[in-house]
Design a protein around this ligand. Structure first.
Ligand code: PLP
Length: 269
């Protein structure tokens, strides 16, 4: 009989996009493709398709806490990815439960606005994101507009300015243990999509060719889910980050093959 080698368990705490392009469903696809066992706690519901979001329904924060506590009591995650939380009370309760369970890796994707322009986080939740969640995470993965909101400054326009943003975000994370900023530069113009990985010491540039497609729905979700799947499996954080970016680049490269929906379609897992 062969010995049981436990599979790494990755948990997404996020919203549901019924079209499967973003949110929990996309996270589960990415985590499964990358060799992790995927679990999901539902933090918000949306009605949406590839054209946009027609409605958002919050989940009772006490029930979000119950999902997390019930899961961790039996199936503790090796890594957690946090995506769309929707409201301030849910943001606060997720911070509280993570402080209790202390999973080894927590990747925070500070989801605020969908590519369609629809709001996915209540305005009054931004303070809770900073105060209740940022102290609990080991990595934060903002894009440039989200970084601008977190730092209360205009979104930057050059890679040089991005370096300063990565440093300032790192200062906002807890100073104990390994904490990383994965700053996504996809909003900058240019032939390359450049991201920065920073731990307060190393500043690592991750570059990939920009792919010309409108089918980029769920790219942020996919990246943070890939990180949660890979962090428990990789030698170190930079290796997990490189592999996650590679996974996302290939998922975007093959997105046009899917032909799902008539708007901004999903990427190909
Ligand atoms: N819906 C849900 C539930 C999400 O979590 C997200 C992003 O994180 C989106 C929609 C938006 O995805 P995108 O901005 O890539 O279209």
């Amino acid at each position: 009989m062969s010995a049981v080698r436990p599979i790494p368990k990755a948990l997404t705490i996020a919203g549901v996009d019924p079209s499967g392009g973003a949110g929990v469903l996309a996270d589960v696809k990415a985590m499964s493709a990358l060799g992790a066992y995927a679990c999901g706690v539902i933090a918000a519901l949306t009605a949406q398709n590839t054209q946009g979001v027609t409605g958002v329904q919050p989940v009772d924060p006490a029930f979000v806490a119950q999902q997390i506590d019930t899961l961790f009591a039996d199936v503790p995650a090796d890594a957690v990815k946090i995506g769309m939380l929707g409201s301030r009370p849910v943001t606060e309760v997720v911070g509280e439960r993570l402080a209790h369970w202390k999973p080894p890796h927590v990747v925070l994707d500070p989801v605020m606005i969908a590519k369609s322009g629809d709001a996915l986080l209540a305005r009054d939740a931004i303070g809770a994101l900073r105060e209740a969640l940022m102290p609990q995470v080991t990595m934060i993965t903002p894009n440039l507009p989200e970084a601008g909101v977190l730092l209360e400054q205009r979104p930057v326009e050059t890679v040089k300015e991005m370096r300063r943003v990565a440093e300032r975000l790192r200062e906002q994370l807890a100073h104990t243990g390994q904490r990383w900023v994965f700053l996504k530069g996809g909003h900058l113009p240019g032939d390359m999509a450049i991201d920065l990985l920073h731990d307060g010491d190393r500043m690592i540039e991750l570059a990939a060719p920009r792919i010309d497609t409108r089918n980029t729905h769920g790219t942020g979700c996919t990246l943070s889910a890939a990180l949660a799947a890979l962090l428990p499996q990789a030698q170190d954080v930079p290796e997990a980050a490189r592999r996650a970016k590679h996974y996302l680049t290939e998922a975007i490269r093959h997105a046009d093959r899917l032909g799902v929906g008539s708007g901004n379609g999903p990427v190909h897992h």
